[in-house]
Each structure stands twice: as C-alpha cells, then as structure tokens.
Ligand binder design. Structure first.
Ligand SMILES: C[S@@+](CC[C@H](N)C(=O)[O-])C[C@H]1O[C@@H](n2cnc3c(N)ncnc32)[C@H](O)[C@@H]1O
Length: 305
C-alpha cells in the first residue's frame, strides 16, 4: 500500500519539515493514539496532514484554504476518485502537450470558483485540469492575477509525467473523514458566529502555515491567491491563535524567522513558545540562484492535547 503524502508541487510545501511540526503539535504522543480534531486553515499541498495520516492519525480533520479551486480538487479526489483518475488519464500528457496549455488554462479560468467562495462541488474535469497544470506550468507555481485568474506561464519540460494513480488513491483514502472548505482563515479560527464555531477547544490541534512575511519588499514569489496576505492579516492570525489557545486548542505556526515575527507577531510575552528555527531549502523560486536555505521559525501556543 502506498502511504499518503502531499502530491502537488507547491510553493512553501512543508514536505521536508513535517517531523518537527508533528512533534510541536502532539508532543511525544503517537499520531495513532491521537483521535482529536486536526485543523489546517492554510492547507496548500497538505504536507503535514498527509504525513499525520501516513503515521496513523485517524481523527476528523478540517482542511481549508482560501484557494477554492485547490480545495475543490481535494473534495473531488475524496468523493469521486475513480472518475477523476479516468479524466486525469485522458489529459494530453504526450508529445505536443505544450500546444494544449493555453486552452486548458483558459478552460480552467472560465470556471468561476473565486477564492474564498464557499460552495465547493465535485468537478472531475476541473480537478483534472488542476492536476495537469500543476505538472505542466512553470515550476508548479500557483499564482493568480487581480481578477483571480491563474496566470502562470507554461513550464519547460521535455516530457510530462502524470500524477501517480497510487499516490492519488492513497491521498483519496486519507481525505475520508475530513471537512473540506474554502474560507478566509478568520472564518475557521475566530469568527464567533462562523459555521465552525466550537471546533476550537481542549484537545484540538491547529497547524497554521500562512503565506510568509516578505523578507524583502520585492520577494513576492509565494503570492498565491489574488488577494495577497498583508501585515494586518499576519496580525489577525496571531490574535486568532491567542484566542484559540484561550479556548483550549494547541496552535502551531510557521513563518520566516525575522525580528518582526519573533518579537512582534509571536512574542513569548503573549504566551508563544519559540520551538525551533529551521533551515529550509526552497524548492520553488522563480530565480534559480535564490533557491538557497532560508530560516523559518516554528512557534506554538496553547496546551498539548
Ligand atoms: C505556505 S502555503 C501552505 C503550504 C502547506 N503547508 C503545504 O505543505 O503545502 C500558504 C497557503 O495559504 C493560502 N492562503 C492565502 N491567504 C489565505 C487566507 N486569507 N485564508 C486562508 N488561506 C490562505 C494560500 O492559498 C496557500 O495555499
């Protein structure tokens, strides 16, 4: 049996650093012995969630990302695996694929699930386009223009490789027993009248991996969905984490390791633990010479489950 793992190429994927993150979430507890809720408001490629499942976590998970097309892909993978595999297989993977790129990207953009849109539906055609674009676009980036259109250019590949069907099967199985949504993170974490109120309480763990604070004013390669992520958003997330911890949840957060992040966003004086500073290799950067190691900090607040 293939073990579940993140299968998308994704800017900011935590595939390479899941161990310290899982330890920060659960302490010494074995994921097999934890059956509380797991909440991931910035899901992306879901590296930490899939790693938890691979290690035997079987509880219910709330998976959310503001990118509705992305979450619709996971919903479709969860609920209509066999049809998605068939449609995925029929995409143009062979020679001449470059000539199909503009058309498929346009079809993808004609679907109007805008970021933050809540009504996700199973759509195997659109999910297969997402999988194909992830393999064929430049560096596997996901970026939108102001109108919410995916605008990454075609990648330079001699040939395309399909997603491995066994990886997709394993991911589909892992996605059972989950609630999949596309909201702004505030809806999940701090809106008292939100649809998920009362999910944050003792025994719940949250892993929040937002778009990072910029290291320089021009480093915007990880801009993701059309709205961007401002300093106000960073501050709102820090406040939401404090509030979630007050309600009993354990919240672990990642960001760049900068004085602003350490001392202003997540100060120890407000109850944040600075768990580790990790050197993370950046697999995705539009400038190859900038793909070096960057320091990331892992912080936590709230009681261990
Ligand atoms: C650093 S990535 C997460 C990567 C993920 N941990 C992984 O392993 O692939 C940040 C994610 O936050 C999402 N995002 C951006 N703004 C958001 C918001 N306001 N609310 C929820 N998600 C948001 C982006 O679409 C992106 O997928």
């Amino acid at each position: 049996m293939t073990r579940p793992a993140a299968f998308l190429k994704y800017a900011g994927s935590k595939r390479a650093s899941v161990e310290p993150i899982i330890a920060a979430l659960l302490g010494s507890r074995d994921p097999r012995a934890y059956d509380g809720l797991y909440v991931e408001p910035f899901f992306g490629s879901g590296a930490v969630f899939f790693a938890l499942r691979a290690r035997g976590y079987q509880g219910h998970a709330y998976l959310n990302d503001v990118n509705a097309r992305l979450m619709q892909l996971y919903l479709t993978l969860r609920d209509d695996l066999e049809e998605l595999l068939a449609v995925h297989d029929a995409m143009p993977w062979g020679p001449g694929w470059e000539g199909e790129y503009a058309r498929i990207r346009q079809e993808f953009n004609e679907k109007n699930e805008r970021s933050g849109h809540v009504a996700l539906v199973v759509d195997t055609q659109q999910a297969a386009r997402f999988l194909w674009l992830n393999k064929s676009c430049f560096n596997g980036l996901y970026r939108e223009n102001k109108a919410g259109e995916f605008n990454v250019p075609v990648g330079r590949y001699a040939k395309l490789t399909k997603q491995d069907p066994d990886d997709l099967r394993a991911a589909s199985k892992a996605l059972q027993n989950t609630t999949i949504t596309s909201y702004d993170f505030r809806v999940l974490l701090d809106r008292a009248d939100g649809p998920h109120r009362r999910i944050l309480r003792g025994g719940v763990v949250v892993y929040a991996d937002p778009p990072y604070v910029a290291l320089t004013e021009t480093s915007d390669f990880a801009s993701y969905a059309s709205g961007g992520f401002s300093t106000d958003d960073q501050r709102a997330l820090a406040l939401a984490a404090i509030e979630a911890a007050r309600q009993g949840a354990r919240v672990v957060l990642s960001n760049h390791d900068t004085p602003f992040v350490r001392d202003e966003l997540y100060p120890t004086s407000k109850g944040f633990e600075h768990i580790a500073s990790l050197q993370v290799k950046r697999a995705i950067n539009s400038k190859a010479d900038k793909r070096g190691a960057v320091a990331e900090i892992l912080v936590a607040i709230g009681a261990l489950p």
